[in-house]
Every structure is written in structure tokens, then in C-alpha cells.
Design a protein around this ligand. Sequence first.
Ligand code: SF4
Length: 329
Amino acid sequence: MRFDLWGQPVEVYRNANFSIYSRQPCNAKCHFCVEELRPASRGRSLSVQKTVEDDDGRYFDAMAASLEALRPLDPTISVTGGEPSHDPRLPRILALGQAHQGRKRTLTTNGSGLLQQREGKRVIDWIVDTGIQHLNISRAHPDHDRNARLMVMKDGLRADELRSVVAAATAGGTRVRLSCVLLEGQIDAVEPIVDYLRFARSLGVDNVIFRQLMKTDPAAVVENHVVKYSDRARVRLEPLLDALSADARFSFERQIVGYYYYVEVFRFEDMDVVFEEADLAQLEETKRSGPGIVHELIFHPNARLASTWHPWDGVLGPPPSMRASLATS
Ligand code: SF4
């Protein structure tokens, strides 16, 4: 879709998503962290490339200006991190997304802050009351202690706490999805997947995504601990999908071929079960073969809108003149 963005013509993938990347550092330290993996795939470290706009006024003015400028596209909106459930700015972020009536709004979290109070109510209640349709909760294993070890997170929710989060979400019309990485020796085959699905169902969840650990771009990657762990622990999705196709408990629904990801959707009993693999090298290749086309819209912690997950690459705005007037208004 072509339209003018702050006076400049842009060509944007029709289904592009507007991602609000929370500045809040994550309280977990997953060995396979995607937030760390993305900069590593471009040869940088997260600590070097992540900068923050500390001034709330400038931050929210730039976010509102970006949402307004993207109105012709009417993008879906997702809030991600970092860890948004611990972000003091989250209530205002959610309210702004609601005010702009994003056609589908999603929040992704490791879940640990959902029962905390923020500005007078629980974070889960902020999420439900501002009309978030989909809440993705990352969980690497049904067992609490194993999950805590895999995600290096002391304060993750226990099953009974998760159950109360799911109940509050469902009562308010927010659909919860559990997101599980496929890890060698953990959730890595059909039976552990079935066990995970039964755990999800026991919490009231009817929607689970299993992800192959992302592949990185060998031409640019820095081999840090996250890249090495991901290469070591990655479970190949293809043979797993073959095994699922031959298993009568699963029925294949559809596939989606994205610009750097591949998805298959199955049904298991009354549940939607999604499998995804993604390759950051493929993302770079897609950008090379279609230069100038914007596939992603990321609102970074430094209050800049960019077409990549890197605040130094593909910066779209707001333009400097507008930032100056926002700062003085
Ligand atoms: S919960 Fe998400 S952001 Fe936090 S360390 Fe794990 S993968 Fe990274």
C-alpha cells in the first residue's frame, strides 16, 4: 500500500503490524532470547543498540504522532518488549492504542507482572479493560521449576496464578495464547507437545504456539551466548510437522508463508495449535530483493518509528521538525 508518511511517499506491506517495543528491561534471561538474537543477527549487541527516551511527554507525543501518521494503513498493534508487564508506562501505552482503535491489538509478555498493581489496578485488568484482543504469554515448560530454569526467571507465575489470569482475560473478552519454544530435551517431540497442550487446557487456554528457535543471518551474525545456545538447542520443525501430520489426534488446518516465517495451524481436540519457524537471514534477503518496501513498523524505546527492529536502520520518523515542535508544545 502506498501513502504519504510525514510528507514522504512510502510503500508498506498491507498487513504490516505496528509494534510498540517497551523500554522496560526484561526480568527473565532466556538463553534463547529473541530480543538479544535480533541485534546479534545484524552483528550488534542489544546493550549497545537499545537507547531510551526518558521524557514521558516526548515519548507519548511521538507515539501518538506515529499512530496518527499510520491511520491510512490501519495497522494491527502489538506491545512487546523488553517486558511490558513491568513497564510503568504500560497503562498509557494501552490507552493510546485503544484511543486509536487499532483493528487488532495484542500484547506479548513473560507473564510475571500481570498480577501486579499499576496505577490502581492489576496489569491484567488494564489489558482487558483497554480491549486487548490477544494476550501471548511465553512459557517454555509446564513445570514451574523447569520453566524458571529455562527462562532464568525467579518470579514467573505459578499454575494457579496463570489460571486466574486466564479467567480474568477470558471473562473480559481477551483471548490468551501460550507461546512455547521448541528446545532439545524439553518440548521437542509429539508427546511433550501433547502434555503441554493438556497443561494449557487445564489453565483454560485453547490456543498455543510452538516456535522453532529463530535462525540468524550467517553473513552478519555475532556468535554470542544466545546465538550459540539457539543453534545447539534448536529442534527442527519439519520432521515434527511430518510426525504431527501422521498423528490422528492432530488435524491440519492451513499453512501461512510469510516474508521470513512459515506457519502451520492444526486442531487438537478443541484447541488451535500453531507451529512457526522464522529465519532472520530470509528477512534480510526479502529486504534486499524488494528494497524500499516496509514490512514492519517498530516504535522503539527511543521514540522513533523504524522499519526494522534496529533503531539505527530504516528510521521513518517522526521527522526532526515535528519532534522539535512536539517538545515545545
Ligand atoms: S521473556 Fe522474552 S524478552 Fe525476556 S528474556 Fe525471555 S525471550 Fe527475552
